[in-house]
Design a protein around this ligand. Structure first.
Ligand code: CMX
Length: 427
């Protein structure tokens, strides 16, 4: 049975050959064009990146290596990491190997805790996480091997080493930050008997007598792991890594992007909307109350958080997965009932209003209500959870980028006067 490294070593020559011949035969084919509006508008819709770990067709939602995410909801995050990297789910033995390897790497150097302890007590948990990851840069095997002059075709091997170590360490750091930042008491050590999701749940230290929170953590880590490579966190990790900055530099940078309110931070807005509704109506509103409330909200110029998407045109399958979890485990919780009711009413209101291209819920519409149900009420922490999950996808993407020899990212920029001249010059 090959190890993960051996499996990749067997796949990589074929992948390189495939890309080489594509470039040789079709390198000059145009796959996208860029309008002036796109150049000013965040490059929305420009096809200028390749990502093999996942795809997001607007009418289907997330596919990880071609598998709809709905079919992966009962998998462990470790299995999904293996899938992201290799394109295949691990068999029993490969999974056992990967779990054992990751468990061996669950060690966070002491200096990380010292640095975190020295930070201001009101530091944002995301700033703490990204600082901790960056602080561990001296552990990078990639940088050490690079400094010794490793051949280019072998870059992916120490990149894989770094990826595995980072993935094993991030949940421990993230859980430590939760306890430290929110006065939850001493850090809880990692339990080598547990898989990543269950271990993360127990290190957070919330009461979980039935093991449901551990299940939610596994699901959460699977659902947020990857979403193509054009989103801010993935694209930033990729760009920084393309300069051959090691994974600690690249991941820390990417997660700094996830900390923004237009990216990872949106989930806390959604929960706030639900809690405001509950407070306003002293419980679950009726259909008519919610319809009117939504109209008043829209008429005051605000967007309904958790609804709409830049790419998707259907209900996000990740929302469906959280909804199914809620139906199974917390259908009596009024917070969850409000989430269900919003899903009944808001798409109709948004369609009536006719502005949003996608009136359906995205991943953020329901996740916060589930975290809240299990006692995680510190909204500022939610993006850290997202980060632990997103690390799986961007680490896999980085290993692949080093394997296929992705060059440094360097698109061309133009000035506004260049554009003005270009658009006024007759063809
Ligand atoms: N409520 C009210 N209006 C909305 C809306 C919503 N949920 N979603 C879109 N619209 C409006 C837009 O504000 C825009 O209005 P203007 O023309 O007045 O500017 C119009 O509909 C068209 O927008 P769009 O093309 O459908 O949406 P965008 O691609 O520009 O934006 C997104 C996508 C997610 C930022 C937007 O739908 C939104 O603000 N949603 C609410 C916030 C949210 O849930 N964010 C989490 C996103 C999760 C993720 O990206 O992963």
């Amino acid at each position: 049975m090959p190890t993960l490294e051996e499996k990749l070593a067997a796949q990589i020559p074929g992948l390189r050959e495939e890309i080489k011949s594509l470039l040789k035969e079709h390198g000059n084919k145009v796959i996208s064009e860029v309008t002036v509006a796109q150049a000013y508008g965040g490059m929305r819709g420009v096809k200028a990146l390749v990502c093999d770990t996942s795809a997001v067709p607007p009418e289907k939602g997330l596919l990880i290596r071609g598998i709809p995410v709905a079919e992966l909801v009962d998998r462990l995050p470790e299995e999904v990491f293996y899938l992201l990297l290799t394109g295949e789910l691990p068999d029993e033995e490969a999974l056992k190997d990967l779990l054992a390897d990751l468990k061996k790497r669950r060690k966070v150097p002491d200096y990380v805790w010292k640095v975190l302890n020295a930070m201001p007590k009101d530091s944002h948990p995301m700033c703490m996480l990204d600082t901790a990851i960056l602080t561990m840069e001296k552990e990078s095997v990639f940088r050490k091997k690079y400094d010794k002059g490793i051949p280019r075709e072998d870059y992916w091997i120490p990149a894989l080493e770094d990826a595995l170590s980072v993935i094993a360490r991030v949940p421990i750091v993230a859980a430590g930050i939760y306890r430290m930042r929110f006065g939850k008491g001493k850090r809880i050590p990692s339990n080598p008997k547990l898989d990543m999701g269950a271990d993360y749940a127990q290190m957070l230290g919330l009461k979980d007598p039935k093991g449901e929170f551990a299940k939610l953590m596994r699901l959460y880590l699977v659902l947020h792991s990857d979403h193509e490579s054009g989103n801010v966190s993935a694209a930033t990790t990729y760009t920084v890594g393309s300069a051959l900055s090691d994974l600690y530099y690249a991941l820390s940078a990417g997660l700094n992007g996830l900390a923004g309110p237009l990216h990872g931070l949106a989930n806390q807005e959604c929960l706030k909307f639900v809690l405001d509704l509950k407070k306003h109506f002293k419980g679950v509103p009726t259909d008519e109350q919610l319809r009117q409330f939504s109209w008043d909200w829209l008429n005051s110029g605000k967007v309904i958080p958790g609804y709409g998407h830049a790419v998707l045109r259907v209900t996000d399958p990740r929302f469906d997965a959280f909804l199914n979890f809620g139906k199974q485990y917390c259908s009596n919780d009024p917070i969850f009932q409000i989430v269900e009711k919003i899903f009944d009413i808001v798409p109709k209101v948004l369609m009536e209003q006719g502005k949003a291209k996608d009136p359906w819920p995205n991943v953020d519409a329901g996740s916060g209500s589930l975290l809240y149900h299990y006692g995680m009420k510190e909204f500022d922490y939610y993006t850290v959870l997202f980060s632990v999950s997103r690390s799986l996808g961007v680490c896999a993407q980085t290993v692949i980028a080093r394997a296929i020899g992705s060059p440094i990212v360097r698109p061309k920029s133009v000035t506004t006067s260049w554009i003005k001249k270009f658009v006024t010059t007759p063809a």
